[in-house]
Design a protein around this ligand. Structure first.
Ligand code: C2O
Ligand code: CU
Length: 432
């Protein structure tokens, strides 16, 4: 299917925008309980949460620079809010209760209205009681297309997650045990990848957008059945595409691949006991008209000028099991402070470029995510590396990032292992 046909086809997983004006794409999302056949091999259906009757939520697609409006209606028994992960949007549309908006109460609707400035692979998820609401299924892909289509036969997104299931095929209610919060977080005993379409043709060139929507699991991945390159990380195009090898996706991270299909495309989770298949794309027929060509970089329309740091700050990640902090629910801290305080960790002047050392003094890896911005990872020699919105900081090590704070507002900065965030590993900054 060509990209144009993809945009014009209605499947259960794809929601078409209703074009209300010449320039705005309109969607409606209803957060509600759903029953899903989560494990395809078994007969049971699992009670979960979803959007518009579907878990994961429908694919929302937009176009770079074109306004997007999403009416979110809450049909849950508790409040909610939706965050548009990785989008550099206006602060009041960021979906963070207490910081940027009020909770969307049951039966209420909140309209999110923003212009996505970057093309790329993003996602949306609940940002209220999120270690539980996301684990129950309140997440979906948010795909912002380039204004000029990329030369591919299929644009496919793949949402990965894991769930802790009981013998009778239901979700365990252990979303927030103190033990998991203080260790690696709520971890599933079942994992799966949801592909936005089931099959392709042999010989197709496809774009595969992988999204880690798990609350806590880091996915080491391998892919079989295709040759290709890595072309983007966290929605941001690489200047030079990279050879495809095994990949590691921390919670909330994304990777875009351009692939030439040679066989059934199989995505596997690498474990100590070998690969565990998360899902696949079947082969139906052969594409005989596709002519092979080099895989080149995506349009560099997200590029921003590099600046050097005017300030250097350190954020120490502390706590957890063996970390000696047992202060009620807050077993984690950033610079000795747990959870959101009335004042921000830092105030930044709009336009300021800051180097931040993320010093992980704990026995666990953490996936640190800054809202409203992307930042550069710096290597040990201070060389500028990947441009991301979520960086994985291994246990007992540190990572420097360089951030140009150009988006005014109140922005959360937290661990995207959502159990850790709930255990206090959250702070915020203000840009004015
Ligand atoms: Cu995707 Cu504050 O998070
Ligand atoms: Cu963490």
């Amino acid at each position: 299917m060509k990209r144009r046909e993809f945009l014009a086809t209605v499947t259960s997983a794809l929601l078409l925008p209703r074009v209300s004006t010449a320039t705005s794409l309109d969607y409606s999302l209803i957060a509600e309980p759903v029953s899903t056949k989560l494990v395809p091999e078994y007969d049971f259906v699992t009670d979960m949460l979803g959007f518009n009757g579907s878990m994961p939520g429908p694919v929302l697609s937009g176009i770079q620079g074109q306004p997007l409006r999403v009416n979110v209606t809450n049909h849950l028994k508790e409040g909610t809010a939706v965050h548009w992960h990785g989008i550099r949007l206006e602060n009041k549309m960021d979906g963070v209760p207490m910081l940027t908006q009020d909770i969307i109460e049951p039966n209420a609707t909140f309209t999110y209205d923003f212009i996505p400035p970057d093309a790329g692979t993003f996602w949306y998820h609940s940002h209220y009681n999120s270690q539980e609401q996301v684990a129950r299924g309140l997440a979906g892909p948010l795909i912002i297309h380039e204004t000029t289509p990329i030369d591919i036969d299929h644009d496919i997104n793949v949402l990965l997650s894991d769930w802790l299931m009981t013998q009778d095929g239901q979700l365990s209610e252990d979303f927030a045990t103190m033990h998991s919060i203080a260790h690696a977080g709520y971890m599933g005993n079942y994992a799966r990848a949801f592909f936005s379409q089931p099959a392709v043709q042999k010989g197709d060139r496809i774009r595969l957008r992988l999204i880690n929507a798990a609350t806590n699991r880091i996915f080491p991945l391998s892919l079989a059945g295709a040759n290709g390159k890595i072309v983007a990380l966290d929605g941001m195009p690489l200047e030079t595409p990279r050879e495809l090898g095994d990949m590691v996706l921390a919670p909330a991270q994304r990777v875009d691949l351009i692939l030439d299909v040679t066989d059934t495309v199989e995505l596997s989770l690498l474990t100590g006991q070998g690969g565990f298949s998360l899902g696949s794309l079947a082969i139906e027929g052969e594409n005989t008209t596709r002519t092979t060509s080099d895989i080149t970089a995506l349009p560099q329309s997200n590029k921003r000028p590099m600046r050097s740091a005017e300030r250097h700050l350190t954020l120490s990640i502390m706590g957890g099991a063996m970390g000696g902090r047992h202060n009620g629910d807050n077993v984690w801290a950033l610079n000795d402070v747990s959870d959101l305080q009335p004042a921000p960790w830092q105030n930044f002047t709009r336009g300021e470029t800051v180097k931040i050392t993320l010093k992980n003094d704990t026995a666990f890896p953490h996936a640190m995510h800054l809202h409203g911005h992307h930042f550069h990872e710096l290597d040990d020699n201070g060389q500028v590396g990947d441009f991301r919105d979520t960086t994985l900081v291994p246990a007992d090590s540190s990572r420097d990032i360089l951030c140009h704070f150009d988006n005014p507002g109140k922005w959360l900065f937290h661990c995207h292992m959502l159990s850790h965030a709930m255990g206090g590993m959250r702070t915020w900054v203000e840009v004015a």
